[in-house]
Design a protein around this ligand. Structure first.
Ligand code: ATP
Ligand code: MG
Ligand code: FE
Length: 334
């Protein structure tokens, strides 16, 4: 089974060819980061326009690298949401055009289901499974009873983890996206500054806006007193707070729900500190398998959309040509 995956939900124009849901034949990504950098974040109009310019080239390149033609493709899987509506529409319309022109079935995919299924490109899933999704727009603990079934057991009540990283990075004058800069800086400092951890009474929910404000206040207060704060120490302290809460809640949920596997997902899964801390925590629980995708499959890509689309296609999901971009798509009611 050969799936063509297409992803345009934010600022990456991506297409990939996936064999049997687990094997990457090609994975092409055209990133727009350079075009958005000077605005300090993703500008939706620019994103849409650049997707239009890139999408055909990216799809053709993915087919070329995989050494397949449209005749070999069993289904086209495309991100239908959530994301920027104008950006989603470009991928959805390209997928519809391909499906219609070549008579290929079309499958709409939830972007976060895609992030989770990046793990299946590394390791077969074992159910029940738990996924910690940490991305630019989401921070969620999602339980999978079987393939294609998602239950959100905890989520952020305010900022997403990636959003908090990007805002803290901006305060420290790093360009967008700031997550990788904070990650690197954190390793040069000590977590010596006391910052809050939002435990929320043992719930599986998260909150990062208090932590973010606390970082900003710490900087401003020091400035007003004419003191200097070592940015590396502040980054290390911020990262320590984020990681401690993420790891503790993931471990607790994994044990409470008796899962066989824990999968890390989303752009913040590229964080070195988080990867190391999760690995260490789960080494102590050998009956739960921890899966962490390689860095290239953590941030947005189309291989993950092909992987999720493959399972949905096998389960019989078909979208028709009325498929639309849906910025508020719900992962629990696919
Ligand atoms: P969503 O998937 O929720 O729709 P998105 O697609 O915009 O949001 P992703 O591409 O999955 O988000 O992830 C991007 C986020 O990951 C950014 O906030 C970025 O700063 C963050 N990020 C990437 N690498 C790292 C890192 N090493 N440490 C921390 N954050 C990181
Ligand atoms: Mg992105
Ligand atoms: Fe994403």
């Amino acid at each position: 089974q050969i799936i063509l995956g297409i992803e345009t939900s934010c600022d990456e124009t991506a297409a990939a060819v996936i064999k049997n849901g687990t094997e990457i034949l090609s994975n092409v990504i055209s990133s727009q980061i350079e075009s958005h950098k000077r605005f300090g974040g993703v500008v939706p109009e620019i994103a849409s326009r650049m997707h239009v310019e890139q999408i055909t080239l990216v799809i053709e390149e993915a087919l070329l690298q995989a050494d397949v033609t449209y005749k070999d493709i069993d289904a086209v899987a495309v991100t239908e949401g959530p994301g920027l509506v104008g950006a989603l529409l470009i991928g959805v319309n390209a997928a519809k055009a391909v499906a219609f022109a070549h008579g290929i079935p079309l499958v709409g995919v939830h972007h976060i289901a895609g992030h989770i299924y990046a793990n299946r490109l590394i390791q077969e899933m074992k159910f029940p499974a738990l996924s910690l999704v940490v991305s630019g727009g989401h921070t969620e603990l999602i339980l999978l009873k079987e393939h294609g079934s998602f239950k959100v057991i905890g989520e952020t009540r305010d900022d997403a983890a990636g959003e908090a990283y990007d805002k803290v990075a901006r305060t420290l004058n790093f360009p967008y996206p700031g997550g990788p800069h904070i990650d690197r800086l954190a390793h040069e400092g000590k977590p010596s500054i006391n910052l809050p951890r939002a435990w929320l009474n043992g719930s599986y929910d998260f909150s990062f806006s208090g932590l973010k404000s606390s970082v900003i206040n710490t900087l401003h207060n020091a400035e007003q007193r004419g003191e200097t704060i070592e940015p590396a120490d502040l980054a290390a302290s911020f990262q320590a707070s984020v990681i401690e809460v993420l790891v503790t809640k993931t471990l607790k949920a994994a044990e409470d729900f008796n899962v066989k596997q824990v999968m890390l997902a989303g752009g913040v899964a590229a964080n070195k500190g988080l990867r190391a801390a999760l690995t260490e925590a789960f080494t102590a629980v050998p009956d739960i398998e921890l899966v962490i995708p390689p860095l290239s499959l953590c941030t947005d890509n189309a291989a993950m959309i092909g992987a999720a689309g493959s399972i949905l296609f096998e389960k019989g999901k078909r979208s028709d040509l009325a498929l639309n971009g849906n910025p508020g798509l719900d992962i629990e009611n696919l």
